[in-house]
Each structure stands twice: as C-alpha cells, then as structure tokens.
Design a binder for this molecule. Structure first.
Ligand SMILES: *Cc1c(COP(=O)(O)O)cnc(C)c1O
Length: 378
C-alpha cells in the first residue's frame, strides 16, 4: 500500500478513455489557444455553479490579480485578507501596490472572522478577500453585510472549495465563488477540480465587470490590436479546458468521496480530546480539500514523524502565517498580533485525503494516529 496525500494517477485511470480522447482531439484540431473547449468549459462551469459569467484564466493567482485590477484598486487602497492562508491571496495585493490588511481567523473553522474584519475597516478599505479554506465557505452572510454597509467589494478566493455551497438565513443557497463581487478559483492538479498543469477561473455576476476582466486578461483589448487599457496575458490552454470538461462531470462524485474519507476519520478520531477534528460550519457544505486536525497537548512534529515511519505522509498547511512571512515584514505586523493564526500554524496537521482512498487505507492511517495518541497517554 503506497500512501499519498493525493492520488492523481489513480484518478486519471478511472477516466482515462475519455481524457485521452479529449487530449487527442485537441492535439488534432491544432486549436491550442482559445479552442472551442475553453468556451464550452466556461459555460458548463457557469451552469454548474449558477454563476452568470465564468472567465477562464491561466491560474488561481492570476485570477486574484485580474479581479483586483478589474476593480480599479489604486496604490494605497487597503484589502482585508486572513493571515492564515496560502500566500497567493496577499501576494497579488502587494504586487499591485495595494496594502494587505491581515486579520485573524476563527479557531474552529480556520477562516476569516467577521468580527475581526469589521474592526479593520477604514476609509481606505476597498475590498475584503475571504478565503474558503480547506473546502468550506467562510461565513459569507456577515461578511457580505459588512461589505454592503461600508460599500467595499468582496473577492472570494475559492481555490480550495469549488463545489461547496453556502446557505443564507433567508434560505437561499449559493455556490462558493458566486456570492461576492468576484470569485476566483484554481485548477492546480491537486485542487478538487484539477487539470494537468496550471489553470484558473473567475466567477462574476455583473456583465460590465465580466467584460472588463476579459479585456484585462487579453492584453487590454476588446478588438484585436486595439489596446484600450494595460492588461496581461492570462489564458486557460485548450488542452486543460478539454481535460476539465471531463473532470467537471466527476466533481460531485469526487467531493462525495472526499466526504466519505472525512466521515471515516471523524468517526475514528473524534473521541480523543488531545486533537480536534475539523469543525463544520453550520451554513456551508464541506468539500474537504484538506482534512486538518489541531493537535492540542503534544508536539505536532512527533505525530508527523510517527506517521512517516509507518509510510503515512502528512502536510502542514500552513506553517507560517502571512503576517510573519519575511516578504511581508514591511507591513507593521509582529508576533502576537494574530494569536489564532499563530497557534494554528504551530498545531495543525493535514492527513491524506483524496478521491481514490479505500477503507483499508483510511483505517491504517487513523489507527496510526490513535496508536500515537494512546501511546502518549493522551
Ligand atoms: C492554490 C491556491 C491559490 C493559487 O492557485 P494557483 O493556481 O496555484 O495560482 C490561491 N489561493 C488559495 C487559497 C489556494 O489554495
């Protein structure tokens, strides 16, 4: 039994015939850039998520950058982001000369805390970027309320939560990425909907904004060789779109499979007080991009070493919160500013979770975690 954090090879073999045909067709068509599969995939993803517009682009980081560029944010404008997330979110803010304003996260869901967001709003705030971390939606209802009150934009980073849905108190349910002004996602191979290289997309509901994003992603032109604004080159390859069309049909099944793995881990691990299993938000479904435990009374690295000796990989997402990263040290933050993010970065551990896990594997992994905990008398 070879254990991996994700099994992309196994996942490929299940849809090999269809994927191989899609790749072969694209190669034979020679329409490598902006071939028909790109628009077809965008339409299918729009239908799946209920988004009015879906604009494919080169990767999830570009999607964030295009979103910020399209909103016309200017140097010095403040953008609120969680301090406990992947770096891409803050990176594009800094690159565009905007000011990332970090806020702490909720200790149980690991996501941006609405109360902390409200406290960080200033006259310079232009946008809030909730990250739907590890597979469930951030608490969008209060975040949208704060955004409306202060007339700021919301850019949802849904790179880890495609397929998750959020239910508002009035009963309406929306897909991750379709609630804010703009939503962004990534098709990095290991994401819940992954292609075989880089890819990304933007969700947007407003027609004029959609046109502007398309224009920016295409060298600032609407008509070929007529460049109205300074843009970038950010496209999804036809090959990747063709692959994604096949995999989108599997997305719900993939997310169900991940939930089965999560339920197995929950059941095996929930009775141990020295670890916390992932808490479910009452308003969101979970698509388990990661299954992340918090270790309370012991050194996480000891558990990682123990698992590694048994051939079980584990990962730490994320070992250093953004406000303590060297690259962001010019933004006036110090250790102690965001205690929850700092605590999580020292205590979280993510177990293998993917679409190809058998019960035997889940049992082996959870048994090993239990053995470690009980051997320590915890
Ligand atoms: C993966 C990821 C991104 C970046 O996506 P790329 O396609 O790798 O550029 C952005 N934000 C979050 C939260 C991610 O997990």
């Amino acid at each position: 039994m070879k254990l991996q954090m994700v099994d992309l090879q196994g996942q490929y073999y299940r849809v090999k015939v269809e994927i191989d045909a899609a790749i072969q067709n694209t190669i034979q068509s020679a329409a490598y850039i902006n071939g028909p599969a790109v628009a077809e995939f965008a339409t299918e993803l729009a239908t799946y998520t209920g988004s009015r517009h879906v604009i494919p682009c080169a990767n999830g980081t570009d999607a964030l950058q295009l979103a910020m560029m399209a909103l016309g944010l200017k140097e010095g404008d403040e953008v609120i982001v969680p301090s406990f997330t992947y770096v891409a979110t803050a990176e594009v803010i800094a690159l565009l000369g905007l000011t990332p304003v970090f806020v702490d996260v909720d200790p149980t869901t690991f996501m941006i805390s609405p109360e902390h967001v409200a406290a960080k709003i200033t006259p310079k705030t232009r946008a809030i970027v909730p990250v739907h971390l590890f597979g469930q939606c951030a608490d969008m209802e209060p975040i949208m309320q704060i955004a409306r009150e202060h007339q700021v934009h919301v850019i949802e980073d849904t790179a880890q939560a495609i397929g998750a849905t959020y239910t508002f108190s009035d009963g309406t349910t929306k897909h991750a990425g379709t609630m804010g002004t703009i939503g962004t996602t990534s098709f990095f191979p290991s994401k819940n909907l992954g292609c075989y290289g880089d890819g990304g997309a933007i969700f947007v509901q407003d027609e004029a904004l959609a046109l502007r994003i398309k224009m920016i992603a295409n060298h600032g032109q609407r008509v070929k060789y007529h460049h109205d604004i300074v843009g970038v080159n950010s496209r999804l390859d036809t090959l990747q779109a063709a692959i994604l069309r096949v995999k989108l049909k599997q997305l719900d099944a993939y997310n169900t499979q991940r939930n089965k793995s999560a339920a197995f881990y929950d059941n095996a691990l929930q009775k141990y007080a020295s670890i916390s299993i992932p808490e479910r938000s009452p308003s969101s479904t979970h698509v388990f991009h990661q299954y992340t435990l918090v270790c309370h009374d012991f050194d996480r690295e000891e558990l990682r070493d123990y698992l590694a000796q048994k051939g079980i990989p584990s990962m730490v997402y994320y070992p250093i919160p953004l406000h303590l990263q060297k690259a962001y040290s010019n933004y006036v933050y110090t250790k102690g500013d965001f205690p929850v993010s700092e605590m999580l970065s020292e205590r979280v551990i993510s177990l293998p979770i993917h679409t190809e896990q058998e019960e035997e594997e889940l049992l082996y992994i959870s048994d090993a975690v239990v053995e470690f905990i009980t051997s320590k008398g915890l």
